[in-house]
Design a protein around this ligand. Structure first.
Ligand code: EPZ
Length: 420
């Protein structure tokens, strides 16, 4: 199993280019199943999770061809299966996003309960609620879900929670349904907007993506298109925090600042300097040795992103005073607390809250990544810890970050990856 070794090497300096967004690429790749003609996707990030969902599509009969490292041609005109591969499904929760497209285009889909990180029970009840309201018969077995329908029929669906995945799956299913579908209390993340734009370029009729109410008018079929995936706001936030925690000076390239406003605001509250250049999609972050503790509370977009909670917590560990982190989106997303405390942090959790007493320094230790963002958080802590930090289970990091070590090294980090 590979591991990452990090040592304190002072302030990070330089420029880093952000890749395409994992959480936009995954639903858009699933949505390409709806197309009766070839689709070309650009800025597709080179990630383990992307490779998994492309394999799911191939197992269903799609033709997948990498035209270059980040350009992929997908031709789903000849799908010949409606049952997803169990092993692939168990590897990644987002594979469940193929359910909506298969149901919409072929009237049937058989898939296995999604796997994914251990950050919570990750139910799919809202996805299934939407499919049922659109007219699908759903058969739930202990680890398998089968769905079938003559033809989906548009209706109004209220989401009890603005679930990103449920919004995406229902949006995709509704594109070929008869009549209009309205999703109330929909998720508003930028990745929902990117998916909506992609589907509209294929000929769908979607309005309101990015707001709480999304309307989808069903059409007969969807054609091919070319689409560029939006930049990854979570990868951008991770490198912004790397600059701040090391009191460095880093320019983040290919980042849409309006997608990451809460993180910019919170970094400024801690005393970091953040300058945005919207015309060129650049963000400059200059860290400050004296980090003022501030509280963060994760919320659905446009609130503070849960996918940046662990990284920001690592940063708050060395604040001058104290801070509170409240995680409202997932019920078990504090597994990195135990690992950070092994490095000398002082964090106590109680339910959704983690209270942090800032310390002068962290100490290198052997720690394990417990999910992809927690793994990134441990690297950030290692950048400022005394001695060497050894991070195991780094396969988590590979799911969401391409060349994470290489990009950190280019900014001056003393970091290396050891393959066993
Ligand atoms: C997406 O997961 C992201 N993954 C996650 O990113 C992200 O943390 C999450 O949205 C929230 O922003 C992808 O886009 C591939 P949800 P998703 O459905 O769709 C509950 C990362 O680090 N819920 O919005 O699975 C659920 O239990 C990953 O890149 C239901 O109750 O998230 C959770 O508490 C981690 N019933 C909350 O909603 C449902 O049917 C948010 O889940 C669905 C969800």
């Amino acid at each position: 199993m590979a591991k990452i070794l990090v040592r304190n090497n002072g302030p990070l300096k330089g420029r880093v280019k952000i890749d395409g967004a994992k959480n936009a690429a995954l639903p858009i790749i699933a949505a390409s199943l709806l197309g009766t003609e070839p689709i070309i996707l650009e800025e597709v990030p080179n990630l383990v999770d992307v490779k998994i969902i492309l394999k799911v599509l191939e197992s269903l009969g799609s033709k997948v061809e990498f035209l270059s490292e980040n350009r992929v041609l997908i031709d789903s005109s000849k799908i010949n299966s409606f049952t997803t591969d169990r092993k692939l499904m168990e590897k990644m929760r987002a594979s469940f996003l193929v359910m909506g497209p298969l149901l919409a285009r072929f009237g049937k889909a058989e898939t296995f309960l999604p796997g994914g990180c251990a950050i919570g029970s990750r139910p799919i009840d809202l996805h299934l609620k939407g499919f049922k309201i659109l007219g699908a018969d759903i058969k739930e077995e202990p680890d398998k879900i089968s769905a079938k329908c003559e033809k989906l029929v548009g209706d109004t669906i209220y989401l009890d929670f603005p679930s990103v995945g449920a919004t995406q799956n229902i949006m995709m299913a509704a594109t070929l349904a008869k009549g209009e579908t309205i999703i109330e209390n929909a998720a508003k993340e930028p990745e929902i907007v990117d998916l909506g734009n992609f589907l509209n370029k294929m000929g769908a009729k979607i309005s309101g993506a990015g707001t709480s109410t999304i309307r989808i008018l069903g059409v007969e079929k969807l054609k091919g298109t070319v689409h560029t995936i939006i930049p990854d706001r979570i990868e951008a936030a991770t490198f912004m925090i790397a600059a701040a925690i090391t009191a460095g000076e880093v320019i983040i390239e290919n980042c849409i600042s309006s997608h990451i406003k809460p993180v910019i605001a919170k970094l400024k509250e801690t005393g970091a300097y953040v300058e945005v250049n919207e015309d060129e999609d650049l963000i400059l972050v200059v860290g400050n040795k004296n980090i003022k503790g501030t509280d963060i509370k994760t919320l659905p977009y446009p609130g503070f992103p849960t996918d940046v909670q662990a990284q920001f917590m690592a940063y708050l560990c060395i604040c001058e005073n104290h801070a509170k982190v409240t995680e409202t989106v997932f019920e078990n997303r504090f597994m990195h607390v135990e690992e950070l405390n092994k490095m000398g942090a002082i964090i106590a959790t109680s339910g959704k809250e983690a209270r942090i007493a800032g310390v002068n320094k962290l100490i290198g230790a052997e720690v394990k990544a417990t999910d992809l963002r927690a793994g990134a958080a441990l690297v950030l802590a290692g950048l400022v810890a005394e001695g060497t930090t050894t991070i195991t289970n780094v396969y988590h990091i590979d799911r969401g970050y391409n060349n994470f070590v290489g990009k950190m090294k280019a900014l001056g980090a003393n970091i290396e990856r050891i393959e066993d």
